[in-house]
Design a protein around this ligand. Structure first.
Ligand SMILES: [Zn+2]
Length: 162
């Protein structure tokens, strides 16, 4: 049987299991039920997926997530601190998700994607693959700041000039 390949329009993942990126992510999350080492990396799995699929989020959410993600990886923020910061930033009326019709995915290529974590029927080693995925994202983020950060920097400069 010929496997049909498709590519994610946002993270560029090459998907060959008949699943889209979201469902591939769901399959990795499902592995957590049988893999304590993978559960322990839940934050990294979710954050990595979201950082590679930013169009679903309202303005400001990705910048906040990026700060939490880098803080967690560098050991300056614990999960508890991240949770309370996130609650403070987004509680109540602030919208986290962007309505589907307003989402505009922009393709950005990454060295690793969810497709490198989900290897079909091979849950073994998934936690290690998540850590490698997260580390590669951290490196990419250090190279090119997110569009949001770039825009924020621009508007700050504009404000300073006035
Ligand atoms: Zn994707």
């Amino acid at each position: 049987m010929q496997m049909e390949k498709n590519y994610c329009e946002e993270c560029g993942a090459e998907l060959s299991n008949g699943l889209d990126c979201w469902n591939t992510f769901g399959a990795v999350i499902a592995w957590e039920a049988h893999d304590p080492e993978l559960v322990a990396e839940h934050f990294l799995t979710v954050a990595s997926y979201n950082l590679q699929h930013p169009s679903q989020f309202a303005d400001g959410v990705i910048a906040q997530l990026q700060t939490s993600f880098v803080g967690y990886l560098s050991g300056t923020l614990t999960l508890d601190q991240i949770r309370s910061r996130t609650r403070k930033a987004f509680n109540g009326s602030r919208r986290v998700l962007r309505p589907i019709e307003e989402r505009r995915p922009v393709l950005r290529r990454w060295p690793m994607t969810i497709a490198d974590v989900y290897l079909g029927d091979q849950p073994k080693g998934a936690a290690e693959r998540v850590r490698a995925w997260a580390a590669s994202i951290r490196q990419e983020l250090a190279k090119v700041p997110s569009l949001e950060q770039a825009n924020a920097a621009k508007s700050t400069r504009r404000k300073v000039k006035r």
